[in-house]
Design a protein around this ligand. Structure first.
Ligand SMILES: [Zn+2]
Length: 433
């Protein structure tokens, strides 16, 4: 019997009250053999953690993590990536399918899940590919993957640009309430060389740009397909004001559409690209100020449902190139909560309950986890908890990351650094020393 007594934490629940729910507010939280129990039943043997002045949140869930294993274990492994996740306060991550080999079979998906269980830092839920080999031609084994519990499918990195294939994928997953997570970007409109937002800065720097329309047009098409099939569509990493308008339009029509925004799109802008530093090369690209403002407003009012990191580790030799030739992507797991607090809490755009909605409750619902994750904590449930000090700030030091990669866009920037303890699947997976 193990007992952990967290004393005096202020619990933010983000969810509706119900019979077994832990009350919100300042209290002691008892975790007995991994499950929430009545603190009145704590024994003298319980390990006590003083959490006076700290805040407790339901464990964060990341809908969009690239773990790079199998295939690019030099950039990240399931173990290193989930260690970084735990440090960032995440109890669970959804692992994107664009590994090598691609996660497009039930065996491949089961393997990822097993690696996550072995590492033990965060629960790992594999995302299955929509198409075989991410080639966009033939559907992957969606049904077989669903049989082992996969509910989310994505060709992320690529857009499922063939309308007919997208329709068939949406039709297929409806039977088991699955969801297609789309990397919305018209590959013809964006063009192969695009590496920057298309606008004044891309012109000045001589970089090939993506027009905002390359994103919004795909979201609009997919919204129509979700309506046609009465199926669930999730839009990955929304980055423009135009896309927010399309999402609002689709939601108003009752279409089953959800969306996520990354921490980097909530804070960084196209201006970062002016030094040609490939750390800031990301897909979709960083956008101008007015897009950042629209994304923050949409996350606050619920047009965008969730925050997702798009944590994309890269080995040095894939990033250290001229801007146009470097790999896309940046690290995000360890800094995500800090950036959300900085951009949304500290600006007054979100309150704590809504932050919990966007970082835990909504991600759990969208991914169809149907477990103790993404729910208001309740007695008897497996503990999934993030204990934070919301006042704690620090300059980010890329060298200290638990990730195997160093493509960290926040290096040197002072941000909230709040995570003190992460409890995933009933066990402490991170504790600040
Ligand atoms: Zn993507």
């Amino acid at each position: 019997m193990t007992e952990l007594l967290i004393k005096g934490a202020n619990l933010v629940t983000g969810g509706d009250d119900h019979e077994n729910a832990l009350p919100a507010g300042g209290q002691d939280i008892l975790i007995k053999d991994g499950r929430y129990a009545d603190p009145a039943d704590a024994s003298a043997e319980a390990t006590v953690i003083d959490a006076d002045g700290l805040t407790a949140l339901p464990g964060l869930i990341d809908l969009h993590t690239h773990l790079r294993e199998p295939g690019r274990e030099d950039a990240e492994t399931v173990e290193s990536g989930t260690r970084a996740a735990a440090r960032g306060g995440f109890a669970a991550v959804l692992a994107m399918a664009n590994t090598n080999p691609v996660t497009d079979t039930a065996e491949a998906a089961a393997h990822i899940r097993t690696l996550g269980e072995k590492a033990g830092f965060a629960q790992v839920f594999p995302i299955g590919a929509v198409s075989k080999g991410l080639a966009g031609e033939e559907l992957a084994e969606l049904g077989l993957m669903a049989r082992i519990g996969v509910r989310m499918f994505s060709d992320d990195g690529n857009c499922v640009s063939d309308s007919r294939l997208m329709r068939r994928a949406l039709e297929y997953v409806r039977a088991f309430d699955g969801v297609i997570a789309q990397h919305s970007q018209d590959p013809r409109l964006a063009g192969r060389d695009a590496c920057c937002h298309e606008g004044e800065i891309s012109g000045r720097l001589g970089l090939a740009g993506w027009p905002s329309a390359a994103e919004a047009t795909v979201i609009a098409r997919d919204a129509e397909l979700a309506k046609l099939t009465n199926s669930r569509l999730h839009v990955c990493h929304v980055s423009t004001a135009e896309s927010v308008d399309v999402l609002a339009w689709a939601k108003k029509r009752g279409i089953k559409i959800t969306a996520e925004v990354t921490p980097h799109h909530l804070l960084l802008t196209t201006a970062e690209v002016q030094g040609y530093d490939p750390t800031y090369k990301v897909n979709p690209p960083l956008r101008p100020d007015e897009d950042v403002a629209a994304l923050r407003a949409a996350l606050a009012d619920g047009t965008i449902d969730a925050v997702a990191t798009d944590h994309a580790p890269h080995a040095r030799h894939d990033k250290e190139h001229a801007f146009a030739d470097a790999a896309f992507g940046m690290l995000g797991l360890e800094t995500a909560l800090g950036v959300v607090i900085e951009t949304m809490l500290n600006t007054g755009a979100l309150d704590w309950d809504t932050l919990v909605q966007r970082t835990s409750i909504a991600p759990g619902r969208i991914a169809g986890l149907g477990s103790d994750l993404g729910m208001r904590p309740a007695y008897g449930q497996t503990a999934q908890l993030t204990v934070i000090d919301p006042q704690r700030r620090n300059p980010v030091d890329a060298a200290e990351s638990f990730s195997l990669s160093r493509n960290n866009p926040w290096h040197g920037r002072e941000l909230p650094d709040p995570v003190m303890i992460t409890i995933a699947d009933g066990r402490i997976s991170y504790q600040r020393q």
